[in-house]
Design a protein around this ligand. Structure first.
Ligand SMILES: NC(=O)c1ccc[n+]([C@@H]2O[C@H](COP(=O)([O-])OP(=O)(O)OC[C@H]3O[C@@H](n4cnc5c(N)ncnc54)[C@H](O)[C@@H]3O)[C@@H](O)[C@H]2O)c1
Length: 91
């Protein structure tokens, strides 16, 4: 077994809050390189979509979603979309 198989995230989806930014964006790319599909959640939709596009270029599925992580009503409305899009969880 290859070391990369030990840590494979294939078949999983990661929701990365703040993934339009530098640090979380790099983490999202790392998770994608390990095989995960990614939902980038960020208040800045342009950055979220740009990061999602770069992850698609890595060969994974990705979506950018605008959401303020501190706004609970928005979380409630955006989580289902996020999870439906990823196919990972159904609310
Ligand atoms: N980049 C570094 O080298 C570094 C080093 C040490 C500490 N830090 C700290 O780590 C944190 C992240 O750094 P970074 O460089 O990735 O910052 P960044 O500004 O590039 O990324 C933060 C991201 O979070 C998003 N965001 C902010 N509030 C949000 C909210 N309520 N809901 C959803 N998304 C939200 C922003 O739109 C942005 O895309 C900061 O607190 C920074 O001070 C960064």
């Amino acid at each position: 077994m290859e070391n990369s198989d030990l840590f494979s995230l294939a078949g999983l989806t990661a929701v990365v809050v703040g993934g339009g930014g530098v640090l979380a964006g790099a983490m999202a790319a790392g998770l994608a390189r390990a095989g995960a599909d990614i939902a980038i959640v960020d208040v800045n939709l342009e950055n979220a979509e740009a990061r999602a596009k770069s992850i698609v270029e890595l060969g994974r599925q990705a979506i950018g979603i605008r959401c303020d992580a501190t706004a609970r009503p928005i979380w409630r409305s955006r989580w289902p979309r996020c999870c439906r899009a990823s196919g990972a969880w159904i609310f």
